[in-house]
Design a protein around this ligand. Structure first.
Ligand code: ADP
Ligand code: TYD
Length: 209
């Protein structure tokens, strides 16, 4: 029987560096340590594809329904026989996920109360708690700057308000739940190399190498 793998999560507002840094961590673990699986939410399962169709406005829905779909997507992401994270972890593979339940705590508030979102996600926490969560912290202004470099048109005012709320919700959720999930706040405004160094130092401790 191999030792259970470690579960590493990246969280943060848009443009905080989650996809960049999680890919760097995947490459480093893959090269220096061994078996690792990279994944993300919303997933590419059938439930995740319904979510994406709602997010890109092909299907009309509402905030509460979306929150429930994300919960369903997460439960499948954890338990699925073929691609579920528990399957990989139990085989001794480390798992890195771009987003997990802190995204729900951040994005579904104030449509739903944060404590309700935390409570309903206990079903996920009971199945699988992260060994470490990296919250890549950047300011709303930094986020806007990075997003606007990559995207052509945005309703700037609406976007700024939304990102401000999401960041505030993240920080409140970390205050409430952060100790239980070993949330580490990383200064995401540093260079990519520095951000990665901070992440790698903490990851090595978790992996015991
Ligand atoms: P996310 O997945 O959190 O939305 P990305 O990793 O896609 O963020 O990064 C968004 C953009 O910001 C990309 O163009 C990326 O190259 C850039 N970026 C990421 N981290 C940094 C950083 N520390 N400093 C400067 N630019 C960064
Ligand atoms: P993502 O694919 O990370 O978007 P992007 O590449 O544009 O950063 O995530 C899609 C969106 O889903 C993002 O706006 C955050 C949102 N989301 C929720 O609203 N609830 C959740 O539980 C999760 C995991 C994501």
């Amino acid at each position: 029987m191999s030792k259970r793998g470690k579960f590493i999560v990246f969280e943060g507002i848009d443009g905080s560096g989650k996809s960049t840094v999680s890919q760097m961590l995947y490459d480093r673990i893959n090269r220096q340590i061994g078996k690792v699986h990279k994944t993300f939410e919303p997933t590419d399962s059938p439930i995740g594809s319904v979510i994406r169709n709602i997010l890109n406005r092909r299907i009309k829905s509402d905030g509460k329904t979306i929150a429930a779909l994300f919960l369903a997507d997460r439960l499948d992401h954890i338990q699925n026989d073929q691609m579920g994270m528990l399957k990989f972890l139990n085989e001794g593979t480390h798992v890195i996920s771009d987003r997990y339940y802190y995204s729900s705590y951040a994005y579904h508030v104030p449509v739903l109360p944060q404590d309700w979102v935390i409570e309903t996600n206990k079903v996920c926490a009971d199945l699988l708690r992260p060994d470490i969560v990296f919250y890549l912290d950047i300011t709303v202004e930094e986020s806007m700057e990075r997003i606007n470099k990559n995207r052509s048109f945005k309703d700037l005012f609406e976007t700024k308000e939304k990102i401000t709320t999401v960041r505030k919700n993240y920080l409140e959720a970390i205050e409430k739940e952060g100790k239980k999930d070993n949330v580490v706040i990383i200064n995401g405004a540093q260079t990519i190399e520095q951000v990665f160094e901070d992440v790698w130092t903490a990851t090595k401790e978790i992996l015991g190498t």
